[in-house]
Design a protein around this ligand. Structure first.
Ligand SMILES: [Mg+2]
Length: 231
């Protein structure tokens, strides 16, 4: 077994519970803006519309087909259209309100803090994320993650998104780490696992829902506490 010294974590869906934080925010927005009066059937209907649209937009963003500003300005118009609401009825500042609520939600995956407390004295910890600087910083802050990590490397700062090996090379350089003594932990088979593999870094695939995937990661876990058996 290799001796790892540097651990690189993905943030969304790995430590920060994206689904819970987003769904809670969308449910609040449904009530706050009385979306049932605009024709949205229920909070769940709104959440379903969000997932149907947002996933495709992020996939386009990941491929470089869409820029950040375009993603932000077209997201909710498309989501509302998907939910059957006319453009003119969309509340102003909806995107800003959504971003603020979501990025200040504190929910983490079970055992995140316990495992970070376990790892922190033994390893140097970092985050590598494809999210945007400002929102990722707010998420780290509101969920109490900041003190655990030496560095947060975002695709926005780096100019390259996972799985591009350049973001991993940049991270290693910033950390003063080598690919041999580093380990990437993340939930995304492509961006985290294939990405790290392509950069020569061992990987832990965090797969809480037991999705079937066509990758062979160095390790696979379904709970974060299983890292104690590896590290
Ligand atoms: Mg993720």
């Amino acid at each position: 077994m290799k001796t790892y010294q540097h651990l690189f974590f993905d943030l969304d869906h790995t430590l920060w519970d994206y689904d819970r934080n987003v769904q809670e925010s969308l449910s609040e927005l449904f009530l706050h803006y009385k979306l049932e009066n605009l024709g949205v059937l229920s909070p769940q209907h709104f959440i379903d519309a969000f997932y149907a649209v947002n996933f495709k937009l992020w996939a386009a963003y990941d491929k470089g087909e869409l820029q950040k500003e375009e993603l932000r300005t077209t997201r909710f118009p498309r989501i509302f259209a998907h939910a059957g609401v006319a453009d003119a009825l969309i509340p102003e500042e909806f995107e800003i309100d959504f971003m603020h609520r979501t990025s200040t939600k504190p929910h983490l995956f079970p055992h995140t803090i316990e495992i970070l407390d376990y790892l922190k004295p033994k390893y140097k910890l970092y985050v590598i994320t494809n999210g945007f600087d400002e929102s990722q910083a707010k998420k780290m802050n509101s969920s109490g993650l900041n003190d655990y990590f030496e560095l947060v490397i975002t695709s926005e700062t780096t100019g390259h998104k996972k799985p591009d090996p350049r973001i991993f090379h940049y991270a290693l350089e910033q950390a003063g780490a080598s690919k041999e003594n580093s380990l990437m932990i993340g939930d995304n088979p492509i961006s985290d696992i294939k990405g790290a593999h392509g950069a020569g870094i061992d990987q832990v695939f965090f797969n809480p829902l037991g999705k079937s995937v066509d990758i062979i990661p160095t390790y696979t876990i379904s709970h974060l506490r299983e890292l104690e058996g590896i590290l």
